[in-house]
Design a protein around this ligand. Structure first.
Ligand code: COA
Length: 245
């Protein structure tokens, strides 16, 4: 199974575990993540969830999956994003190595994120012939300001973990070897706080953007699906999948 669920008392870790593909996300992995979040939500013993990977967080959506285009209706990725949005308990991310595409945009739905100083975050949507997803067309500018958001989303500029922390995209950047322990310490700190107060606080923090986020995600979904099926994007996926060496 490419997503491991680790129970650490009050902290539930959902760990991406497909290192040979840099934790690129398949439909099955999105489904496992959604199920993992729903189970963590439902279990009263779980106070906090952590999203983690290994040497890499994730290389984003599996490009072989994108290369098949997309039919009608929501994908597992879309369902995962909805599960992420709905998740009412504190959510912490631990980011090492590459965090590509949804690997970066999902951070906008986390309550805290720790990145390795040398982590490589990237939202390569335009390079791939795609458009932003995960609510990033709205939330990124809210988080880091319009100038950075435009550059990172339009020019698909890479972002080092250190820079992500300076900009406020993640909460902290630490040396690679300290990412896991720092994320766990933050998760434990949150787990020690009164859970109902945390749930209400999270709800209040999200509330002002809720309607705008619905609209942004709907618009993104329709544009993203159209782009995914475009010849411009499909040619780029084929080129990636057929590269040599
Ligand atoms: N989908 C499918 N396979 C992927 C993948 C993805 N998103 N990202 C990496 N892989 C695979 C590679 O094809 C390679 O497989 P192989 O060993 O069978 O050839 C393996 O993972 C290792 O990747 P590699 O490219 O050799 O590692 P790297 O360290 O040189 O580069 C990345 C890492 C993340 C920069 C690079 O893999 C990359 O650009 N991936 C695509 C990222 C992307 O565009 N994601 C979609 C976002 S919307």
């Amino acid at each position: 199974m490419a997503v491991r669920v680790e129970a650490n008392g009050a902290v539930r870790v959902l760990r991406l575990d497909r290192p040979e593909k840099k934790n690129a996300l398949t439909q099955a992995m999105y489904a496992a993540l959604s199920a993992g979040l729903d189970a963590a939500e439902a279990d009263p013993a779980v106070r906090v969830a952590v999203l983690a990977g290994g040497a890499d967080f994730t290389a984003g959506n599996d490009l072989a999956d994108f290369a098949g285009g997309r039919g009608e209706g929501p994908s597992e990725a879309f369902r995962f994003l909805q599960a992420l949005r709905r998740f009412g308990k504190p959510l912490v991310a631990a980011v090492r190595g590459h965090a590509v595409g949804i690997g970066t945009t999902l951070l906008l739905h986390c309550d805290a994120a720790v990145a390795a100083e040398e982590a490589r975050l990237l939202m390569p949507f335009t390079r791939l012939g795609l458009v932003p997803e995960g609510g990033s067309s709205l939330l990124l500018a809210r988080r880091v300001g319009a100038a950075r958001a435009r550059w990172w989303l339009m020019a698909a500029a890479p972002i080092a973990g250190r820079e992500a922390a300076e900009a406020g995209l993640v909460t902290r950047a630490v040396p690679d070897a300290e990412v896991e322990e720092t994320a766990m310490a933050m998760a434990e700190a949150l787990a020690a706080l009164p859970p109902e107060a945390l749930r209400e606080t999270k709800r209040l923090l999200r509330a002002p953007d809720e309607a705008a986020l619905d609209a942004a995600m709907e618009a993104e979904f329709s544009a993203f699906s159209a782009r995914l099926n475009s010849e411009e994007a499909q040619a780029i996926f084929r080129a990636f999948l057929s590269r040599k060496g």
